[in-house]
Design a protein around this ligand. Sequence first.
Ligand code: SF4
Length: 129
Amino acid sequence: MIEKCKCIMCPVGCEIEIITDEKGAVIDIKGGLCDRGRNYALERMKRKAQILTTTVRLSEPVGQVRVVPVKSLEPVDVSDMRDAIRTLKEITVTPPVKAGDVIAENVLGKGITVVATRSIGHLDKETVY
Ligand code: SF4
């Protein structure tokens, strides 16, 4: 995808094109006469999409632990963040959970994959809290 914006860092007002892949990751930035324009475009994209981080409930507690921390593999549009977190609050995961395990796929039908960021439960002869 190509998103166009106007750099506002100086009066020249260069037109900038931000090229992203299907998941919103920046592939290239074109236009702009200097690095300030490039940085402006990157910051603009960062504000627009961020890595989602939240927790998902365990179906049964492991010691005192009742949730597993999770994150999205790719940046999520800020406008989708609240709905995505609400969706994740409705699911439970059965321990043990290993860091990197996929917890949810295609969240909101938008290809958002969410993985655990911490191991919890009985793994490799050891209980991790
Ligand atoms: S890219 Fe550089 S020259 Fe162009 S508007 Fe931004 S700051 Fe000004």
